[in-house]
Structure formats: structure tokens, C-alpha cells
Write a protein that binds this ligand. Sequence first.
Ligand code: ZN
Length: 292
Amino acid sequence: MPGTHRLGSCSGPRSRLLTAALACSSLACAGCAAGEAASTASVRSPAQVASITATVAVASAAAPAPAGAAIPKEPLSGRVITVDPGHNGGNFTHPLQIGRLVNDGNGEKECDTTGTAAPDGYRETDFNWSVATRLRALLLAAGAHVVMTRQSNTGVGPCITQRAAIGNRAHSDAAISIHADGGPPAGSGFAILTPAPIPSRADQAIIIPSHRLALALRTSLERIGLHPSTYDGVDGIAPRTDLGGLNLSRVPKVFVEVANMQNAGDEAPMERPAFRQLLARALLAGLERFLG
Ligand code: ZN
């Protein structure tokens, strides 16, 4: 941004920049007071004076706030975000515990599942946990209050009912479940699963904001080069009535199926920490966009 560049080139408090703008008479000043570089303090046109005034205004706006002044809030200050890493590492060894049926708000479903895995054995739960904890760190840095639905990647569950209840109890401004899909090997891309109307839904009002959340996240995922699923949903959005985590939610919520672990092109970057960090940043950006 021009103002930022100008201040960055002439970093310092307002008085220093003002002095530089007024005294600038050589090319040495070019870049920090570009409009004034060729002028002298004694000969200035009205346009040049206006340019200097603008420079001072920019410097004033960017200068450190005086003591006692209000400090700008962090972008997500006061916001509550529930982050739900899908599945759990201990699910693999507790099939009976996670296999019991629970009411998913529109029928019955298993308490939880193991999730999918790549052909080389890289597990979805490990991917989900990595992205979720990276997102948690970014959210905290942005000032949000973060609620996690599980505290480790070695436990069991919780059930889908609890995953929804945790977000509800926290009165979350947004909740996001992080998953990866086990789709057809030829299919690729992300899908964002959104709540669809069901007769028993406690809160129909979450459907539209959840869709808005999905759109905001889709924009962010596309900006890092990912593409909507070639096999699930329409343009990367897939309304669902069979997911307890969505059916039982009373706060805006989506599931993000980041990519297809059965597709070689999708899966290869998922095993790279840098990609998972990029992904977490995209999810943060989408949440910030949704929460305005
Ligand atoms: Zn999953």
C-alpha cells in the first residue's frame, strides 16, 4: 500500500517524516517522499503543498498512538471460534466405543469413525490435527477465543453429538470441522459441507450464515490454488442432512473436506507441513472474511 511503503522507507515518528518531506530536495529522498523529491522548501506549487500535506496525514495516521489512546483491536478480538479436528488417533483401537449408534439429529449414526488414510498410510486424523492446531495458533494470534473439540490426537472421539454440543455451549461465532475425503481416486478438490434443512433442526437460522461461511472459506481456498471438488457438491459447496456435527449445531458451522486423500495429486502436498500451514492461513482468512 503506498502509505505503508512511504512510511517503511522513512520509518520514524511523525516529526521526522514531516522534516524529511519539507527538506527533501534531492533524489536521495525519492521513494520516501516521491512527490516532493524534485522540489525545494522555498518553491512549491499548490499541488506540491497538497502532496506534502498528504504525506503528513499518512504519517500521522500511521504514527504510534499516544499514551492513553485506544489500541486497535486484533481482527478477531472477542470472537469465539470452535475448531473441530475430525476423528481421533485412538479411534482405530476402540471400534466398539466409537461404533455405538447415537442420534445425529436426523437419524442414527456411529458415535465417531476413524476417517480415511492415504495409500501410503498417512492418516486423515493426523492431517486434521496438524491443520487444526496450526489454525488454533493463528486464531489465537488474531485475538480469537478458540475452543477445540479434542485436546490431543491420541484419544477416542468425542462423539459427533459432543462435537456439536461443544460449539453450542461456547456460543461460537463460527465452528469449523476439518477433514479430508476418501473419494474416488480420479476425483480431486475440496468440498465444504453445509447444514441443509431437516425437520428436527433446532435452529434453522444457522443455515444461511453457515452457507456464507462456506462461501468465505471457498474464496480463501481458491486463492491458495485449490479447486472445488470434481465429484462432490456444486462449485465446492455440498449441503448435507446426514452429519450429526451439522444437524445438531446451533451455531454457524461447516465441514471442510480439504482434499481427496485417494487422489495422488491432492494427497502429495497434504504430507508437507508447509502446505498444512498455508491451508491453516487460508482457513483463518476465510473466518476473518466471514466475521467481517
Ligand atoms: Zn473425516
